[in-house]
Design a protein around this ligand. Structure first.
Ligand code: GLN
Length: 280
């Protein structure tokens, strides 16, 4: 009996992933086969009619088994695309998510020279901003030492390490000096919402990056209360939040005395980012 073709292997894997409840099984089977065969995902069609080599079949089988127990594709291939760049990811950091690209667009809509990223995680926000703004420098802070290492690796990968300082910190505790931009994608799920997230997120992403263990708003209280002490007079804060938290986040910043607080949507039209500053 001859070996199955790559196309047949993908069909079998798709059925298996579908049975395991994986949301987009055909797409994942294709990406994992590409990874097993070390070809670009766009080139899988070219190898599909060919018999699958034994070593590739074995690698593919392992990857599909892991995906069937809901290990995220990003962890299996080791990276995730964000704002046009690939970032190294692992279970130590939150996976970069497309909604966070809205925060990037807003950050880049006005110039900045010195940026602080609170809870930098993979470093995807800080590294993207520095890569897009070659004159800028920045600091990324994270409580997790493993996250700091991951962010540093991503800074090197994208050639911004000379302009990026990554440090372990409990929110502002290790912050020094003034910044004209402070950004953050803090943990904003309420403890009670952790039951509703997908197995990929719940079992494979760091809980400390997802929830504050409370009402999901505690980090906005910290940022609203302390950020003005680390901003230049014309500086601004941009922070992502959950799409139903807009009114609460706005109220927190207004109560903390910010001159202007705007709630802005993501590309899907949902409230997603708070922009707070104090114009002269
Ligand atoms: N958007 C993420 C999720 O729904 C939450 C990320 C965060 O808390 N910053 O899984």
């Amino acid at each position: 009996m001859s070996a199955p073709t790559a196309a047949q292997a993908m069909v079998a894997a798709t059925a298996r992933l579908r049975a395991a409840g994986v949301p987009d099984p055909a797409r994942d089977a294709r990406i994992l086969l590409a990874h097993a065969a070390s070809v670009d995902a766009a080139r899988v069609t070219l190898i599909a009619p060919e018999e699958i080599a034994p070593d590739i079949a074995e690698r593919f089988e392992k990857l599909v088994s892991l995906r069937a127990v809901r290990v995220p594709v990003s962890h299996l291939v080791g990276q995730r695309a964000f704002y046009g760049r690939d970032f190294k990811v692992s279970r130590d950091v939150l996976d970069p998510r497309p909604e966070t690209e809205s925060l990037i667009e807003l950050a880049l809509s006005e110039p900045f020279e010195r940026v602080l990223d609170l809870g930098t995680g993979s470093g995807c926000i800080l590294v993207t901003l520095l890569a897009e703004q070659p004159e800028a420098c920045g600091v990324g802070l994270d409580l997790s030492e493993a996250a700091c290492l991951q962010a540093s690796a991503n800074a090197v990968l994208h050639g911004v390490q000379a302009r990026a300082e990554i440090r372990q910190s409990n929110w502002f505790s290790a912050a020094e000096g003034r910044f004209d931009l402070i950004v953050s994608n803090p943990p904003y799920l309420a403890k009670s919402e952790m039951n509703d997230v997908s197995p990929e997120v719940r079992l494979h992403e760091p809980e400390m990056a997802l929830t504050d263990g409370q009402d999901g708003l505690s980090v906005y209280r910290i940022i609203a209360a302390q950020a003005q002490g680390f901003l230049t007079p014309t500086g601004r804060v941009l922070a992502e939040f959950g799409w139903q938290q807009g009114p609460d986040v706005k109220a927190i910043f207004e109560a903390a005395g910010w001159g202007r607080v705007r709630i802005l949507p993501d590309l899907g039209g949902r409230d997603r980012v708070v922009w707070a500053d104090t114009p002269a």
